[in-house]
Design a protein around this ligand. Structure first.
Ligand SMILES: Cc1cc2nc3c(=O)[nH]c(=O)nc-3n(C[C@H](O)[C@H](O)[C@H](O)COP(=O)(O)OP(=O)(O)OC[C@H]3O[C@@H](n4cnc5c(N)ncnc54)[C@H](O)[C@@H]3O)c2cc1C
Length: 458
C-alpha cells in the first residue's frame, strides 16, 4: 500500500482546480491531469454565491470581488424588447447584503479559472494528458493517458466534466460486476444547444449599463423561434452573452452528441446566424455584440443535464459536472463543484489511514454531504430552463406569474436555502461569516484545535 495519500485529479476545470488549490493548502499530495495542451480560457458568465467565505479563508476574497460584479436581476423581454418582468436577486426592500453578507457575484469563467490557477503550482498540472482508462484494486488506482503514460495514486478524482472518462471507466467496471443502477446507464437529458462569448472591453459611454453597480442580465426571448439571447454585464467593461437554442423537441441525437459534446468553437457561428438580427436591449442588434467579441472567445456546447446516483467505488470518486451536470439557468454549476472540492478536502485532511476501508468511509461521507443539494440544483436549473423557454400562451402565462407575482416570502425562502449551509475549509482558521442570517457551518478539524496533539496520520 502506498504510504502517503496521493490524489490524482483528472480535469483542470473549475472543480479540478478548486480541489487542487485546497489540497495544496491542506498539504495533501496531488497531481492534476488535463487533456488540453493548455487551459482553455473559454466560457462566459459564472455565478458564485455561497462560497465567498472559502475565498476569504484562502486570502482570495478581495481579488474575487475585484474580478466580479454583484448580480442584481434578470430582466426578461420579448423579441421586440417589450418588457415582460424581472427576477430580482435582491428583492426591492430587502437588505440582501446585511442579511447574507455578500451578493451573488458574476465572474467571467476565464477570470475565475485564472484566479484558481494562480494558486496552484504549475508543476502540479500535467497538460496534454487525456485520460483514457483507469484501473483500481485494494491498494492503488492507475490512470492511463492517450500518450501512453500511466500514473498511480491512492485516490482518483474524476473532475473531468459532463463527458467524464473517469465516470465511463468506473461505470463500465460496475456494470460488469452487475452493480451499476439502471438509472446511471441512461443517457443525459439533452435540452439546449448553447453558444457563449465575452466581448472585448468597450466604452461604457456606449453601454451605460456597464457603469451600474449591479450586473443586471437582460434576456430576450424569441417569439416563434426556439432561441433566447442573454446579455450579462461583466467587469473590465466587457459584455458576456449566451444564445440558447431549445432542442428538446428534437430528442437526443447521438451523432450531435459525438460532434458537439465539448465546449469548443466548432459550429458556433451557424447557431448565431439564426439570431444575430435579434434586437439588443443596449441598442443595435446581437450582431453588434458578436462583432466586438474575439472569435476565439466564442464557444458552443450542447447543454445536457443529469444527476448521476453513483459517485464513487473503490478508490475512484467523481466531482462537479462529472456526477451532477446541470443546465446553467440556476447559476450553480461552479458553486456546486467548489463546494464538493471543499467537502472532499476536509474529509481527506482528517483521514485516518490509506486503507480501502477508510477511503470508502470518506467517500461515503462525501456523497452523503453533497448529493441532496446537488440533486436539487440539477432539478431547479431544469425547471428554470423550462419556465424561461416554454412557448405559447401557457409559457407566457407561467413566465408572467413567475416574474411578476412570485411572492417575496417565496423568493426569500429559496435564497435562504442557498445560504443555510456555508462551510469552510476545516484545516485553516475560520473567518466570521458575514450577514445576520443564521448560517450553519462545519467545524474546524480536531487537529486545528489549539493544543491538539493529534498527528497527521497519512
Ligand atoms: C471550456 C468551458 C467553457 C464553459 N463555459 C461556461 C459558461 O459560459 N457558463 C456556464 O455556466 N458554464 C460554463 N462551463 C461549465 C462550467 O465551467 C461547469 O459547469 C462548472 O464549472 C463545473 O466544472 P467542472 O470542473 O466540473 O467541469 P468542467 O468545467 O467541464 O471541466 C472539466 C475539465 O476536464 C477536462 N477533461 C475532460 N475529459 C478529460 C480527460 N479524459 N482527461 C483529462 N482531462 C479531461 C476538460 O478539458 C476540462 O478542463 C464551461 C466549461 C468548459 C469546460
Amino acid at each position: 500500500m502506498a504510504s502517503e495519500l496521493h490524489v490524482l485529479i483528472v480535469g483542470a476545470g473549475i472543480g479540478g482546480l478548486a480541489l487542487a488549490l485546497l489540497l495544496e493548502k491542506a498539504s495533501i499530495s496531488y497531481e492534476v491531469f488535463e487533456k488540453a495542451p493548455e487551459i482553455k480560457l473559454l466560457g462566459s458568465a459564472i455565478t458564485v454565491s455561497s462560497i465567498m467565505q472559502i475565498f476569504e479563508q484562502l486570502g482570495m476574497y478581495e481579488e474575487l470581488l475585484e474580478l466580479s460584479r454583484p448580480f442584481g436581476a434578470l430582466h426578461v423581454r420579448d423579441e421586440k424588447l417589450d418588457y415582460k418582468g424581472t427576477f430580482w436577486s435582491r428583492p426591492p426592500g430587502d437588505d440582501y447584503e446585511g442579511l447574507y453578507g455578500d451578493y451573488p457575484r458574476v465572474i467571467a469563467r476565464p477570470d475565475l479559472i485564472n484566479l484558481l490557477l494562480s494558486r496552484v503550482p504549475a508543476k502540479r498540472i500535467h497538460y496534454g494528458k487525456r485520460v483514457l482508462t483507469t484501473r483500481q484494486d485494494e491498494d492503488e488506482v492507475t490512470i492511463k493517458c492517450a500518450d501512453n503514460t500511466a500514473y498511480t495514486g491512492s485516490l482518483l478524482v474524476g473532475a473531468d466534466g459532463a463527458y467524464s472518462s473517469v465516470r465511463q471507466n468506473l461505470y463500465k467496471e460496475l456494470q460488469k460486476a452487475g452493480h451499476l443502477p439502471k438509472v446511471d446507464a441512461k443517457p443525459m437529458g439533452y435540452s439546449f444547444d448553447c453558444v457563449v462569448g465575452i466581448s472585448d472591453p468597450v466604452n461604457p459611454d456606449d453601454y451605460p449599463v456597464l457603469k451600474e453597480e449591479f450586473s443586471e442580465f437582460e434576456i430576450v426571448l424569441g417569439k416563434d423561434v426556439p432561441f433566447t439571447v442573454w446579455y450579462m454585464p461583466m467587469t473590465k467593461n466587457r459584455i458576456g452573452w449566451m444564445v440558447t437554442h431549445d432542442v428538446r423537441d428534437l430528442g437526443t441525437n447521438v451523432e450531435r452528441n459525438m460532434r458537439c459534446s465539448e465546449w469548443g468553437p466548432d459550429a458556433a457561428l451557424d447557431v448565431l446566424k439564426s439570431v444575430s438580427h435579434f434586437k439588443c436591449p443596449y441598442g443595435g442588434s446581437l450582431a453588434d455584440i458578436i462583432d466586438i467579441t474575439p472569435k476565439e472567445m466564442i464557444s458552443k456546447v450542447m447543454l445536457e443535464d443529469k444527476f448521476f446516483s453513483t459517485w464513487y467505488s473503490g478508490r475512484t470518486v467523481l466531482l462537479g459536472d462529472a456526477c451532477h451536470k446541470m443546465l446553467p439557468f440556476a447559476g450553480q454549476g461552479a458553486n456546486m463543484s467548489i463546494l464538493s472540492a471543499l467537502e472532499l478536502t476536509n474529509l481527506l485532511f482528517d483521514i485516518h489511514s490509506n486503507s480501502q476501508e477508510e477511503i470508502t468511509r470518506v467517500l461515503k461521507e462525501y456523497y452523503a454531504a453533497r448529493y441532496e443539494l446537488a440533486k436539487w440544483c440539477v432539478g431547479s436549473a431544469n425547471q428554470n430552463g423550462a419556465m424561461l423557454h416554454r412557448k405559447g400562451t401557457v409559457g407566457d402565462f407561467v413566465r408572467y406569474l413567475f416574474l411578476n407575482w412570485m411572492p417575496q416570502w417565496l423568493i426569500k425562502r429559496v435564497t435562504d436555502s442557498f445560504h443555510v449551509y456555508r462551510p469552510q475549509a476545516s484545516f485553516i482558521p475560520f473567518v466570521k461569516v458575514r450577514g445576520s442570517f443564521k448560517t450553519y457551518s462545519n467545524k474546524p478539524s480536531r487537529r486545528m484545535v489549539p493544543g491538539s496533539s493529534i498527528p497527521k496520520s497519512v
